[in-house]
Design a protein around this ligand. Sequence first.
Ligand code: MG
Length: 378
Amino acid sequence: MRTAALIVAAGRGTRAGGEIAKQWQVLAGRRVADWTVGVFEAHEAIDRIVIVHAAEDLTEVQGFAERGHLCVQGGATRDASVRAGLEALAADPPERVLIHDVARPCLPAAVIDRVLEALDSAEGAAPALAVTDALWLGAEGVVTGTQDRTALYRAQTPQGFRFNAIVAAHAAHPGGAADDVEVARAAGLHVAIVEGDEANLKITGPEDFARAERIMRQSMDIRLGNGFDVHRFGEGDHVTLCGVTVPHGRSLQGHSDADVGMHAVTDAIYGALADGDIGQHFPPSDPQWKGAASEIFLRHAVELAGSRGYRIANVDCTLICEHPKIGPHAADMKAEMARLMGLEQGQVSVKATTSERLGFTGREEGIASLATVTLVAA
Ligand code: MG
């Protein structure tokens, strides 16, 4: 089912402090809006993203437009901005739309999942948290009464709707609604409540930046691993390095195909996962791995990372030898490693150095390789 995300970023809110609107202020190294848009970019159910912005913020959204998102000028009120976003989508209407406040950058993907799941059986669905604190009425700093909290919820976004239903609801609404659920309900739509998340806070005041930053840092699970490998030269007429066969007067010796580069990268992935090394996963004592293509090991490590919830952000591999010359083959090696790991070529580096004729690599007794891999929680 085709699903669009509509991100409302036209507000001029400066209650959070600073000269510029809060969505363009930096939080944990990126602008608030970049985090928010990034959550939807990373979600596989989202096909299209519309960002509704203020007229004067054209340069702020340029990067989003370059990434293929629709950037639409908003109106004077929140409703008018949402309507502008819906109109922009109407040319090629999705089946569902999730309307989200740009000021909620810590939105967990699981909240999107819950909204989408509820939309299978409801015309609208939105996340909320039941109120658990006691509620008081007060005036001039004095408690004047209490309020029953049963059946009270704190509303969040994204608020999801069947596209045609919310377009019609907005068209019929006189304006002034606090959110899209209010608009939907005014049109008689049935809106399901799904569980929200405390992390999905709305940045309003300056203290919210500090809270959001703490949440971001907690969820930024980044792992680094290194790998090192050496194989000695023996008789032969080629070497296999990073999956590419290179003609050479000698071959590398080893239990498998002795692809020293691929082994270092594989060990770096196991290292980042804190899960042993190639020798533990594929014991040299086991005859089934004799002469094996090293891509079996690499694929295993990549799949293991995926099964633990990590994706590979980048790989950097250095081959250390005097000969063969790596330069002419480096592009092929990079392409092959990217293909094997399911990565873009821009995520993979294969480079080489000599050891200035010093040591075992300098005497051309063998080839060494170093690798570093970054894993990010997917
Ligand atoms: Mg090895």
